[in-house]
Structures are given as C-alpha cells and as structure tokens.
Design a protein around this ligand. Structure first.
Ligand code: SF4
Ligand code: SF4
Length: 340
C-alpha cells in the first residue's frame, strides 16, 4: 500500500491546541478555505485565491484586513510592509542578445547572485503549467525562473514574535526587488519578462513551480524543503520568453522523512498540520488545514512556527539530512534488488 493511502490514528499532541478568540473566528464567516482550496476534489483545476490578493474579492478578506491593520499598528512591522509599492519596468531593448539556453542559465544565475540581482541564494527554471495559475490568470511566457531568498534562521526561530515577521517581510522585499531586477535584466537583453514577489499572491502559485524547477520537495508543513536551506527561505519568480531550459526536479527523501516526523504537527498552535496527505485538486499531497491555520496566522503576524521548527531549517542541517536520506534510499533499493 502506498504511504499516502495509509490512514493512521492521530497521536496525542504534547501541547494544548490554541483556541481562536471569538472575534477572530467570526471573521472566518461560513466559507471554508479548505473547500475553496479544493480539498477532496478529484479533478485538477486552477487554484482559487484565498489570501494576499484584493481583500474585497476574497472570501476571507476581513481576516487579511485585520492582519494588515495589526501590522500597521506596530511601526517596526509597518516599516517592512511593502505590498503596494510600484515599479516601472525597463523598456525592452530592440536587439536580442544571442546565447545558448545553457549560457542564459549561467548568465542569469550569475546576475541574480550578484549585488544587482540582490544576492539571490538559489535559482531554478521550469515551464509554467496552466494549473499553477490562479483562476482567471494565465501567461504566454514559456519559462518561469524561481528565486530562493534565504531567511536568517535565528530571527525566523523567534516566530511568532515581531522579529520573525520582520525578517520574513524583509526577505519577501528582497525577493520582489530581485525578481524585478532580473526581469529588467532580461528586458535589457531584448526579451519580455515580468517579476513577481511575495507576499502578494501574484498570478501564479510559486511552490509547485519551485518544486518542478528543482528547488526542493514539499514538506508536511505545506512549504518547500530545499537540500541546502531547509524551509528557511522565501520565493520570488520571473516569467519570461528568453530561451531557457528546465532544471531537473530534486528528490532527496523529504517525503520519507516527513512520514516519520511530527515536529511541525506538534508545534502548530491551532493543530493545522495533519499526519497524512490529502487529495487537493486532483493531487494527493501534504496540505495545511487553512481554516485552522488562518486565525492563528492572522493573529501572529504571519506565524512561521512550522518552517522555523522543521529540522531541515536548522542552519547546516539540511545537507546532512539529505545525505542520510539518500543513503537510506540506497540501502532500501539494495535490499529490494537482493530480494528480487
Ligand atoms: S503557519 Fe503557524 S498556524 Fe499555520 S500551519 Fe504553520 S505553525 Fe500552524
Ligand atoms: S517538521 Fe518534520 S514533518 Fe514537518 S515538514 Fe519538517 S521534516 Fe516534515
């Protein structure tokens, strides 16, 4: 039986579950975010925006407004909130620079890692798929470049304190600046390009794109785990028609590890992380319970506890864990081939 088909009884939590205050729970209304997200739906479809878009158009827009108001009420948080600033993209150069796809990858990686590219830690490339775009959104661009922006784990580990929220938003801001700089760089070479950074939702879900682009695997906490950075990073993206080539997806045993680990499940105050995978819009995968997560997320300036406590996020731990998991996989494969 495949692991995702097992149904295991939930173990007793070691910490009590956070009770959402009535006035916060009331903002959730009658609409289930899990239903909007497509829980138990067998068909693949485009995701519905549930957060970080125009609150007037969101089922839980009141919760987003409350969270924004909380940010604005604290000057140190307000200072890093940069959701609405504007950027005028560079004009597209009339002549296209000629390079092979491999040369483009090398050049964009070098640009992104440098000071003009805002010191992006990791880059991956893939072809955007229709089901990654939010409802009503699409793009003619044949390529998407995913940028991984590392967070300072010491600051992230203070979650849910302000220090962590400030670090999260600083790195979102760096990611947005990096995506815009890379898009301008493509345009200066004669290609169309548009940059997108968080926390605004933008046109496309970045996590599935980043997984396909080789930046990691999905963890039980619903975030991506990278073999160098763990979950201590944010994503930004550039859609472009420059002639690129795909990065290979990466697999280093995260799925196996998560099946045997319950650190994020136990640490999540509202108990929003289940021990098993779920069917979501046609794909069985790890999925956080949005309806349980959102009230705490909104009350704690973006929470982040689950990615902070994940053992892969501890500085220096991810490469060692990836190595261990690969050795484990090799031993299992050897046993299977011996037993025929
Ligand atoms: S962000 Fe916080 S509330 Fe949401 S799943 Fe992670 S730990 Fe739980
Ligand atoms: S804390 Fe454990 S179960 Fe949760 S995502 Fe990290 S490795 Fe997986």
């Amino acid at each position: 039986m495949a692991k995702e088909e097992k149904h295991r009884p939930r173990m007793q939590r070691r910490t009590p579950v956070w009770p959402a205050p009535d006035e916060v729970q009331a903002l959730m209304g009658d609409v289930s975010g899990n239903e909007l997200n497509g829980w138990n739906e067998p068909e693949v479809r485009q995701p519905t925006p549930v957060m970080w878009a125009n609150p007037a158009k969101l089922a839980h827009g009141d919760m987003q407004i409350r969270m924004t108001e909380e940010f604005v009420a604290h000057p140190e948080l307000h200072g890093v909130l940069r959701m609405s600033d504007r950027h005028e993209p560079l004009a597209i150069a009339p002549e296209q620079t000629q390079r092979s796809s491999q040369q483009w990858i090398a050049a964009l990686t070098e640009f992104s890692a440098g000071p003009s590219g805002h010191g992006v830690e990791l880059v991956g490339v893939t072809q955007p798929q229709a089901e990654w775009f939010f409802e009503g959104r699409s793009s003619e661009m044949p390529w998407i470049v995913l940028l991984a922006i590392a967070m300072d784990h010491e600051q992230l580990a203070t979650a849910p304190e302000h220090t962590s929220a400030i670090e999260v938003h600083k790195q979102y801001n760096r990611g947005t600046s990096a995506a815009r700089a890379l898009a301008d760089w493509f345009r200066s070479h004669g290609f169309r390009a548009e940059g997108h950074g968080g926390p605004g939702a933008g046109p496309i879900q970045m996590v599935p794109a980043a997984i396909q682009a080789g930046l990691g695997e999905l963890g039980k906490h619903g975030s991506i785990i990278n073999r160098e950075l763990g979950s201590s990073f944010r994503l930004a993206a550039v859609l472009t028609d420059a002639p690129l080539t795909v990065s290979a997806p990466d697999s280093f045993g995260v799925d196996d590890f998560c099946f045997g680990c319950r650190i994020c499940t136990d640490a999540c105050p509202p108990d929003a992380i289940a021990p098993d995978k779920r069917l979501v819009r046609g794909i069985t995968k790890w999925a956080v319970d949005f309806d349980r997560c959102l009230p705490y997320f909104a009350e704690s300036y973006g929470c982040g506890i689950c990615i902070a406590v994940c053992p892969w996020s501890t500085p220096g731990a991810a490469p060692r864990l990836a190595e261990n998991m690969l050795r484990k996989q090799e031993r299992r494969q050897a046993r299977e081939s011996e037993s025929g």
